[in-house]
Write a protein that binds this ligand. Structure first.
Ligand SMILES: [Zn+2]
Length: 161
């Protein structure tokens, strides 16, 4: 299920433009409408229990599905279903192996690396949390020029979420 019965896209499912509903109810969707929330929860449940390799899947939708499953199983079960999108940031394939860097719209600082080992026919999901963001500029400011030769002082932007 990609859309609720009221016609709202269920976050965390892969958008399918071919079966986009003609009518979308003005109910507010999965965040505000009880029926849409129930439909979204059911969809997340079926994704979690779903078959391992749907026939219509490609590498990137597989990566999205695995991360969605991971996120859904790690959400706090006592919280209401949080709508979120899962998307591929970067993808590369070499011979039988591929790797996808995957992110979500959740503001949890999490980042996922999905790696397929074609030799072993196994997929690995690594979950990372953003720890720090530093800036290293190519061009130095005049103030920084005076510091050339001294140990670098990184611009610290610690995460504050
Ligand atoms: Zn609704």
């Amino acid at each position: 299920m990609t859309y609720t019965n009221h016609g709202h896209h269920i976050s965390g499912t892969v958008l399918n433009e071919n079966n986009r509903p003609e009518h979308v109810a003005r109910c507010g969707g999965p965040n505000l409408c009880k029926k849409c929330t129930a439909d979204a929860a059911e969809a997340m449940d079926s994704i979690h229990k779903g078959p391992l390799l749907p026939a219509n899947e490609n590498y990137q939708t597989k990566a999205i599905r695995l991360v969605t499953e991971y996120v859904v199983t790690h959400l706090d079960k006592t919280d209401p279903v949080v709508p979120f999108e899962v998307y591929v940031v970067w993808f590369s394939k070499t011979l039988r192996n591929w790797k996808a860097l995957v992110s979500t719209t959740l503001s949890d600082g999490m980042y996922y690396e999905v790696t397929y080992n074609g030799e072993a026919e196994e997929t690995y999901v690594d979950a990372y949390k953003k720890f720090q963001n530093i800036v290293i500029r190519d061009k130095l400011t005049p103030a920084e020029m005076k510091l050339v030769g001294r140990p670098r002082e990184f611009d610290e932007n610690p995460e504050t979420d």
